[in-house]
Design a protein around this ligand. Sequence first.
Ligand code: HEM
Length: 428
Amino acid sequence: MHDQPPAQSAALAGPPPELFTWEFATDPYPAYAWLREHAPVHKTRLPSGVEAWLVTRYADAKQALADQRLSKNPAHHDEPAHAKGKTGIPGERKAELMTHLLNIDPPDHTRLRRLVAKAFTPRRVAEFAPRVQELADQLIDQFADRGSADLIHEFAFPLPIYAICDLLGVPREDQDDFRDWAGMMIRHGGGPRGGVARSVKKMRGYLAELIHRKRAALPEEATPGEDLISGLIRASDHGEHLTENEAAAMAFILLFAGFETTVNLVGNGVYALLTHPEQRYRLQKSLAAGETDLLETGVEELLRYDGPVELATWRFATEAVTIGGQHIAVGDPVLVVLAAADRDPERFDDPDTLDLGRRDNQHLGYGHGIHYCLGAPLARLEGRTALATLLTRLPDLRLAADSADLRWRGGLIMRGLRTLPVSFTPTS
Ligand code: HEM
């Protein structure tokens, strides 16, 4: 055990923390320290009323993420009759777009993942680097001469949405519609009702039509740099059994899984850098010297330290399992708390210290096992480009609000800032 900062030791000795409050959304880490220490596999009632197990230690988290007895299919949830359809668990309502990678198990998962991996290769992502750089520069151009900006709305939010639209092959003239739909989803926490449901419906209609149009216009042979949707259609037309509905669900999950996560990687990352000046100057110095090592380890460390995905997505026990000595019954939901596991002092030296040069940093920010983040190469590219471009072009970037006044979105799965006001010396 290492020395703990005072706030953590006080929290550790105190009573059980209240979860999912406003204070918790602002800083969940003392509560996670308490859970890791006193109740590492802990049953709690979520704001939706559903009871779920929270797994907070690194070793248990890793085991749970790889345990195939924990299914991703919400059909395995032993849901009380009174909660039917009201739990907010994505996929529970069997909506068409919900038969995607994060809601299915092998063998369907294996088939669909293999198929998308063929179209979404690390090489394609690498070829995409100049476009991500161009996007980052264009977004900064729009506020650089102003001397102030809200980095969430003007930078972190549009960057991944345009990037994913480009990769998927959504025409540029339609991308602002996606920006609006995604904006609705992020502002209202991704719940299944109201404006969010309308946005999802519009997105579904649009994607179905786009797939249809692209299928009709698909050339015989694959062309270099072919977009992802065309790649998926081609794979499905070559006997790989991808239905049009599965293709639409796949496009949707790529947008959905790759969007808010990246917004928060950039938002949480910039915030952590601005509040740890010594680490930020260390990175700026290294970038100015033309090095990339610290940028690479730094983005991993920012993911570990305050990653975008607080809890991995839902899992349900298909048979009785034991995690961390705790018996979990068939049908029980299990939520693996990545943010808690990644601060486990049993696994990481000085876990509450941000160290951009950290080695041996096998964090769980992208998950683990068969559902390990498919978009990790793209997320890394976007994270590195966004941070390096911001710090290089706006070298005296500073927070333009008190940390205490910043508001965090306390959704269940994601953790991120609502706004990030900054100021800097205007440049043209
Ligand atoms: C899965 C994190 C960006 C696509 C996951 C999982 C995590 C994660 C933790 C596993 C969830 C679980 O096991 O329950 C992140 C983080 C990102 C990021 C922290 C950004 C910093 C992206 C991007 C894309 C993407 C940019 C694609 C464009 C996916 C997909 C899955 C996934 C498709 C499901 C994989 C499967 O079930 O086989 N991600 N992600 N992610 N991610 Fe990401």
